[in-house]
Design a protein around this ligand. Structure first.
Ligand code: SF4
Ligand code: SF4
Length: 129
């Protein structure tokens, strides 16, 4: 239970469990990594559940940090080299630069626009604010 709680809060990664590194548990490790992607979670508190994401792009356009980019502000998708927080890639949203998220600022801004606007609940917060 303690390890599970640390996984959810981002304090631990699936790879930190020695048993999961044994070849016999390889499939379980891969499943867990998909379920709890660690990229950016530690600094933003955001978890993206890929299975629930339809790639609609609503979170991409409601994110104020993304909207600093005029392409996004006027309804286009970001270009390949654009500096964005969230981006649709291969039909799913990705947190491409966690450090650009308001929640990663110092001090953090407790934004949750992407969470609140996602129609499928694919983005969740592991921190209460
Ligand atoms: S996370 Fe939600 S709002 Fe963002 S693209 Fe996926 S389904 Fe749409
Ligand atoms: S929490 Fe706010 S700043 Fe961070 S990705 Fe979501 S909408 Fe953008």
């Amino acid at each position: 239970m303690g390890f599970a709680a640390k996984l959810i809060s981002g304090e631990a990664k699936p790879e930190d469990c020695p048993m999961l590194l044994e070849p016999v548990y390889k499939v379980n490790l891969e499943k867990l990594k998909k379920l709890i992607p660690s990229e950016g979670r530690e600094i933003t508190g955001l978890i993206i559940e890929e299975e629930k994401c339809t790639g609609c792009g609503i979170c991409v356009v409601v994110c104020e940090e993304n909207r600093m980019n005029e392409e996004v502000l006027y309804g286009k998708g970001g270009r390949y080299n654009d500096e964005l927080v969230l981006k649709i890639e291969e039909g799913k949203v990705r947190l491409v630069d966690a450090n650009r998220c308001k929640r990663a600022f110092k001090p953090p801004e407790f934004c949750r626009a992407c969470v609140d606007h996602c129609p499928t609940g694919a983005i969740e917060l592991v921190t209460p604010t």
